[in-house]
Design a protein around this ligand. Structure first.
Ligand code: NPQ
Ligand code: MG
Length: 373
């Protein structure tokens, strides 16, 4: 049961934080992270959401500018002055707006946080979480050299992380995997291509079969579910889809077609927690494990992710790592930390359950906008 929440005010902030170290994927290298924070409030309580769109439309078609526009001009008017009996009613209220899942998710997740705080309950309880801690993995970007890659892997294994993911692209694939396997042996290892290959490279992808990877994430273009099904028949390594899966329906289709054996859940990509839970449940009903992806969130978005990852079918370590890998200081105090055995406790306070350092948020804010019912 949840108490109804009425949204009286919605505030947006554009925030920019420098990254501790550059992060490189098949679509480029970044040195800082710019994102939108959403605050909703009414009747003495409030909720926070973090939009995972980036400055450029490379991982997804959305950007901070499109998300700001769509939230301000289309989504906010659909929630302001409205009462929601349950936060799961927010996503359907956005039904007229096509796509823009990251913009929708930021508001929807803020309403979930608001509802949980109004009930004085941890967000994980409202979401249906069943674990008190989650298993943490790391995503290691493309490096300047194989030696540097090996150093990074060594450092993250020493920190206790439960699985290592390395980013690959044509020219940084076989030798990178070979290097990690030969130096570190049978560690839990996977790769993420961020759609950098085509079916024409199936032979190269098949040659990764010899390295006993946990999975290969999003090898092909995001709309090419059928090509992933063809590829999955040619390789032994499990395919995990990320960019391709924007809806529960697409998760059903990908599983039915044999396009993947694992799915990465990111609430931003899926339009929020309600849609994420649906994908989680679809996967569970087909015996497909899921894990929680990462979008270089600040401690605020990272806290939302931890709560979602406490659901039962998140059986694989995800991309939710310690704040210190990304932001020092983070926007929350204390920062999110990982235990020596690679776990993160699920916060027990109300809502997302972390303490926001508003002075730091203010210092990092580059633009604001406020709307009232
Ligand atoms: C992935 N994340 O799983 C994404 C890709 C990614 C942690 O590997 C700004 C915005 C930077 C979105 C970097 C990880 C990003 C981004 C990487 C998404 O595919
Ligand atoms: Mg990915």
């Amino acid at each position: 049961m949840t108490v109804p929440v009425r949204i009286e005010r919605l505030r947006l902030r554009l925030v920019r934080l420098p990254l501790v170290a550059f992060f490189e994927t098949s679509f480029g290298r970044i040195y800082d992270r710019t994102f939108i924070l959403v605050q909703v409030d009414g009747d003495g309580a409030e909720g926070l959401g973090e939009c995972v769109a980036d400055v450029d439309p490379y991982y997804s078609p959305e950007t901070n500018v499109t998300a700001w526009h769509v939230m301000k001009d289309f989504l906010a008017p659909l929630v302001l002055g409205r009462s929601f009996a349950h936060p799961r009613d927010v996503f359907p209220a956005f039904a007229r707006v096509r796509g823009h899942n990251m913009a929708k998710a930021a508001i929807e997740m803020a309403v979930w946080d608001f509802a949980a705080r109004a009930e004085n309950a941890p967000l994980s309880r409202l979401l249906g979480g069943t674990r008190r801690e989650i298993a943490s993995g790391v995503s290691i970007g493309i490096q300047n050299s194989l030696d540097e890659l090996a150093r990074k892997v060594e450092q993250e294994l020493a920190a206790g992380y439960r699985r290592i993911k390395i980013k690959i692209k044509p020219g940084w694939d076989l030798r990178a995997v070979e290097t990690v396997r030969s130096r570190f042996g049978a560690i839990p290892l996977m790769v993420d291509a961020n759609a950098a290959y085509s079916l024409a490279r199936a032979d190269l992808l098949a040659s990764l079969d010899g390295f006993d990877l946990m999975m290969i994430e999003q090898p092909l273009e995001y709309e090419d579910i059928r090509d992933h099904a063809i590829l999955q028949r040619k390789i032994r390594t499990a395919i995990c889809l990320d960019e391709s899966i924007h809806t529960p329906r697409l998760a059903e289709e990908a599983i039915a077609l044999g396009a993947c054996r694992i799915i990465n859940i990111k609430p931003g990509r899926l339009g929020g927690f309600d849609q994420s839970i649906r994908v989680h449940d679809v996967c569970a009903s087909h015996g497909v494990p899921v894990w929680h992806g990462g979008m270089l969130e600040s401690g605020i978005g990272r806290a939302h992710n931890i709560h979602l990852a406490s659901l039962p079918n998140f059986t694989l370590p995800g991309d939710i790592a310690a704040s210190r890998r990304y932001f020092v200081p983070d926007l929350i105090e204390p920062a999110i930390a990982v235990s020596p055995t690679g776990t993160i406790p699920v916060p027990e306070g109300p809502g997302i359950g972390v303490h926001v350092d508003w002075a730091r948020v203010d210092a990092a804010t580059v633009e604001r906008y406020e709307m009232r019912a």
